[in-house]
Design a protein around this ligand. Structure first.
Ligand code: DER
Length: 232
């Protein structure tokens, strides 16, 4: 489909422009990163690159292993050369909503350990303000026993509604790779995302927010017309 082709364009551009020999590469989660890992594996084979990969989820770990790439971790490589990951939405200031796939916590940790955090996305993610296209809200990972008070506090502080993410193929709520729950906060108005991020992070029980503020260095958007648009 057009979106799949756009994801491929973005993934290839990021890997070709930012991954070099002897690099430690953070591998994101979701569907767009699949194309980036395809390209990474192809380049490793063709160019005999010496690369190690640090995953951001169980899914990313499976992807690394499936492609025969060298799996590593933050114990061995607490500083990465580059991290590449997707996003659910990107605004004009490169603030991201992430966590649509429920992997936001390890994604933010890995992104924070990288010298360069590069985002890849199809054209549907390119907004000027958050909420224009992404309607599922801001994912927030919480300690399970706290999800009700955290949900109430967010609504009291910032309005909207923070809803427990229920599983589709399992009875009950989605459980993250870290054995936590996710609240999807359906916000009503654009906010000062730096303030929202830090305030929500301080609520007891909150593990991480899906707001990546001031972290992305560059975003590659695959466009409908087959071009790649760069935002930095
Ligand atoms: O859940 C996540 O954080 C993913 O990286 C998400 O932000 C992008 O997933 P997609 O590439 O499947 O749209």
């Amino acid at each position: 489909s057009m979106a799949e082709e756009a994801k491929k364009l973005a993934g290839y551009a990021a890997v070709d422009n930012h991954v070099k020999d002897n690099h430690v590469v953070g591998v994101g989660s979701g569907s767009t990163i699949v194309f980036a890992v395809d390209r990474l594996a192809e380049r490793v084979r063709q160019e005999k690159l010496n690369i190690v990969c640090v995953p951001t989820s169980f899914q990313a770990r499976q992807l690394i292993l499936k492609h025969g790439l060298v799996l590593s971790d933050l114990d061995r490589h607490p500083e990465l050369d580059v991290a590449i990951d997707g996003a659910d939405e990107v605004d004009a200031a490169l603030t991201l909503i992430k966590g649509g796939g429920g992997c936001l916590t390890q994604e933010k940790i890995v992104a924070g350990c990288a010298k360069h955090f590069i985002v890849i996305a199809d054209f549907r993610k390119a907004s000027s303000t958050l909420g224009q296209q992404w309607k599922k809200g801001v994912p927030i990972e919480v300690i399970p026993m706290s999800y009700v008070p955290v949900s109430r506090t967010i609504a009291k502080l910032f309005g909207g509604e923070a809803v427990l993410r229920m599983a589709v193929n399992k009875a009950g709520p989605v459980v993250t790779d870290n054995s936590n729950f996710i609240l999807d906060w359906k916000f009503e108005n654009p906010q000062n995302w730096a303030v929202v991020n830090t305030t929500i992070k301080m609520i007891p029980g909150v593990v991480e927010t899906g707001l990546f503020v001031g972290m992305a260095e560059r975003v590659y958007f695959g466009m409908e017309d087959g071009t790649v648009s760069v935002r930095d």
